[in-house]
Design a protein around this ligand. Structure first.
Ligand code: MG
Length: 203
């Protein structure tokens, strides 16, 4: 399986990092070794002193497709979840300054904690879904899918131009504002609406 991720999909998050609003989705990927499941702890790596949390809605691809028309994109997924796109912001910043790829800043071991996946209908209206992240009990990020610049169907259609999407692939759909650093000892809890789907510690 592969993990594809969308950068800069929420306007206020673009502003907080002083990035430009994209005219097409910004795409990157993470290897499958980035995945953490079952609320496994995240071990803060030594190579970065600025690991940021980015809470994101995840879409799981349900069947293989490429060059998917936006109008049919909904047929290619039926389950969503929530995850953290951990980002070594210091390494990413260095790469950005030099115009180099971000792979190590985004794809390192454990950089993709993910929840279980649930049928969309269990969680609410996909076009108006609240989600949030608490750290040590305090709300740090709150988003709603109605604030996405590019919606789920558009993203799937766009990604499938370049990458054949396969059953089990996971799409990270972008983070809302409020990103910031994590440190050992933090407890992260992520919610879709009022349902807690992720709960793990940074060690
Ligand atoms: Mg992200």
């Amino acid at each position: 399986m592969k993990i594809l991720a969308i950068g800069r999909n929420y306007a206020e998050h673009i502003q907080e990092l002083n990035n430009e609003k994209p005219d097409a989705p910004v795409i990157f990927s993470k290897p499958d070794t980035a995945i953490l499941k079952n609320n496994a702890p995240f071990y803060h790596p030594d190579f970065s002193s600025d690991i940021h949390h980015e809470v994101e809605i995840l879409v799981k691809i349900g069947k293989e497709g490429k060059n998917i028309h936006e109008k049919f994109a909904h047929k290619y997924y039926s389950e969503i979840g929530i995850g953290i796109d951990f980002t070594a912001r210091d390494l990413q910043q260095k790469a950005k300054e030099k115009g180099l790829p971000w792979d190590i800043a985004k794809g390192f071991n454990g950089s993709a904690p993910i929840s279980d996946f649930y049928p969309i209908s269990d969680l609410g209206d996909l076009a108006n879904l609240n989600f949030s992240l608490k750290i040590d009990g305090e709300i740090k990020q709150q988003g709603n899918t109605n604030l996405m610049l590019f919606n789920f169907n558009y993203l799937i259609s766009y990604l499938s131009i370049f990458f054949t999407l396969k059953k089990g692939d996971i799409i990270f759909t972008g983070t809302p504002k409020g990103v910031g650093p994590v440190k050992p000892g933090n407890r992260l809890e992520a919610f879709i609406e009022n349902r807690k789907l992720l709960d793990f510690e940074v060690k």
